[in-house]
Write a protein that binds this ligand. Structure first.
Ligand code: G
Ligand code: MN
Length: 249
């Protein structure tokens, strides 16, 4: 497992970490998630792997929050875990989540489940019920890779989502491509009106970060700020109360 920090651009404080899967093969080296996750989905292995991820991520969060509580100031920290369509279709995620919440003692409000738009394109009734069941446990829901699926605004109305993650295809051209700026501005305006949190993904340059701040995006994630890292790396950032120098940008 790897964790990538999400930074609040107004304070430079890490407000969340996204849990990501990594596979370091003994002979083939690092295998990209885009290669192995579809296979894990096909074989059904994504179900036990996803369960393990959720347990790990929530357990880690509790440990990191404990460190933060021993420090001056109240800096909240949340965790984001990706859920696959396949997991929702073939397993009882609500049952799993209930167990993980009680085993780890994590505050459900500090757990965000990220779903790709493909979830919303399938059986509306089935997924509507599934997501409502998860929301009822107190967690938050985010739409991942926002704007890249067959974006239908109706799912913002029909599904109980709390946040959107702006896909890096839009972040890419910020500072150079006025179309990307217009698209992100539109997403931010819509999210604001619907009271959804916005996180920008894939921030790689200072120009992109500057533009995001100007557009009023509060939270950002990307290689410029931090690469996904092992849990130890996050522990160190939390222990040293690391702050990113983004407040002045
Ligand atoms: O679909 P999702 O947004 O959950 O995918 C996250 C993936 O994006 C991870 O595999 C992560 O390593 C990768 N990623 C994170 N930050 C960046 C970035 O700044 N640039 C690029 N190209 N990829 C990133
Ligand atoms: Mn994600």
């Amino acid at each position: 497992m790897a964790y990538q920090p999400v930074i609040d651009l107004s304070t430079g404080i890490m407000v969340s970490v996204e849990a990501l899967l990594r596979w370091n093969h003994p002979e083939r080296g690092a295998i990209a998630p885009v290669e192995f996750i579809p296979i894990a989905e096909e074989t059904g292995l994504i179900v036990p792997i996803g369960a393990w991820m959720l347990e790990q991520a929530c357990g880690q969060l509790v440990a990191w929050q404990r460190i933060r509580r021993s420090q001056p100031g109240e800096s909240p920290l949340t965790v984001a875990v990706n859920l696959s369509v396949r997991q929702l279709l073939t397993s009882d995620v609500a049952h799993l989540l209930r167990g993980v919440l009680s085993d780890t003692g994590v505050d459900p409000a500090d757990v965000c489940l990220e779903l790709t738009e493909s979830v919303f394109m399938e059986d509306v009734d089935f997924f509507g019920r599934a997501l409502a069941g998860l929301k009822a446990l107190g967690v938050t829901l985010a739409i991942d890779d926002f704007g890249t699926g067959y974006s239908s605004l109706s799912y913002l109305k029909r599904f109980p989502v709390d946040a959107v993650k702006v896909d890096r295809v839009f972040v890419d051209g910020l500072g150079t491509d006025p179309h990307d700026t217009a698209l992100v501005a539109a997403i931010v305006a819509m999210a604001g009106a619907l009271e959804l949190d916005v996180t920008a993904e894939g921030v790689e340059t200072v120009e992109q970060l500057t533009e995001l701040k100007a557009l009023g995006v509060r939270r950002a994630q990307g290689y410029l700020l931090a690469r996904p890292m092992a849990a130890d790396g996050i522990t160190q950032l939390v222990t040293t109360a690391h702050r990113w120098g983004v407040a002045g940008i």
